[in-house]
Write a protein that binds this ligand. Structure first.
Ligand code: ADP
Length: 310
């Protein structure tokens, strides 16, 4: 299967690298307005391929995306000094006006996978611009926050992150909601499991895990300037679910008819992902506080989306 990546910066190239490492796709084409960067990233990634897979990695122009089943959109501009979040958002929406049209012309059947931040709003923008059904315009959303949540809970309880079933819902950002009330270790409620093995899972522990998840990006950015390996692997995971029609349940963002009373908003809940994109949405049972927090998160995204002239 052929995969396109538009935007060969840190996130796009990390996604390309993770995809090449995971195997399972035949060709990756990197496109960037900076041709030299796309060429260099493709060449560098292609040199990692012989150690693990046989994926063809190359750079190209938009027409080289023809036949791609999935195109990752990781193109964007960074914040200028003094620029507001809304101004940045408007410039990124402008980038998407060009990019989405070019991708749709070259690869009309492709599923779009959105990575550019703020990812929920950019997913809404790409859905509107493309005219595609929401199930085929998927934002990486909280896939990474969910992975961070599972990793911290697993570490605390001494089990693998894959054995923790827990999701982060809502915005990929400050208002995200860690759904503790339905989280499981194997098939057992987290608190019961913690009791059984004599570990604490009280408000202080939860708060420190919440903080670890919510503020991870800030900590990483203060140390190394950007985050990209985690999201690169998350994007590759979504591509694999689509490419192999795996019907995995992953927390990703699409424009959703109604969440906690808020209509037409892009945010993350667990969703079934297969060859045609999102096949079903799951709305976990939440306690009252989580419901209220998810509603607040949905309203924040909705307001920010509406402030943008689409
Ligand atoms: P991130 O850390 O989010 O990956 P980068 O700045 O490293 O951010 O990467 C963003 C990439 O998007 C850059 O390589 C930039 O050249 C690319 N880009 C910006 N605007 C466009 C556009 N209109 N078309 C294609 N690529 C673009």
């Amino acid at each position: 299967m052929k995969i396109g990546i538009v935007g060969a910066g840190m996130v796009g190239s990390s996604a390309g690298y993770a995809l090449a490492m995971m195997g399972g796709v035949s060709e990756i084409v990197l496109v960037d307005r900076n041709d030299a960067l796309a060429r260099a990233q493709a060449e560098d990634i292609s040199h990692a391929v012989p150690f693990v897979s046989a994926t063809l990695v190359r750079s190209g122009a938009y027409h080289d995306l023809a036949g791609a089943r999935i195109v990752i959109l990781a193109a964007g501009v960074s914040q200028k000094p003094g620029e507001t979040r809304l101004e940045l958002l408007e410039r990124n929406a402008e980038v998407f006006r060009k990019v989405v049209e070019a991708v749709r012309n070259a690869a009309p059947d492709a599923i779009l996978l959105i990575a550019t931040n703020p990812v929920d709003i950019m997913t809404h923008v790409a859905t509107k611009l493309s005219g595609l059904p929401p199930q085929r315009v998927i934002g990486s959303g909280t896939i990474l926050d969910t992975a961070r949540f599972r990793s911290l809970v697993g570490r605390h309880l001494g089990i693998s992150p894959q054995s923790v079933h827990a999701y982060v819902l809502g915005e990929h950002g400050d208002s995200e909601v860690l759904a503790w009330s339905n989280a499981r270790a194997g098939s057992i409620g987290l608190e019961t499991f913690a009791d059984q093995i004599g570990k604490r899972l009280d408000a202080t522990v939860r708060q420190s895990i919440d903080d670890g998840v919510r503020n991870a990006a800030y900590r990483i950015i203060s140390g190394k300037g950007a985050t990209y390996y985690g999201i690169g692997a998350g994007l590759a995971r979504i591509v694999n679910a689509i490419a192999r029609d795996q019907r995995d349940v992953l927390s990703v963002s699409i424009v959703t008819d109604m969440v906690e009373g808020v209509t037409d908003v892009a945010l993350s809940v667990p969703r079934v992902i297969g060859a045609d994109g999102v096949l079903a949405d799951l709305f976990p049972e939440l306690d009252r506080d989580e419901q209220a927090a998810l509603r607040k998160s949905a309203m924040l995204i909705k307001e920010a989306t509406e402030s943008l002239r689409l």
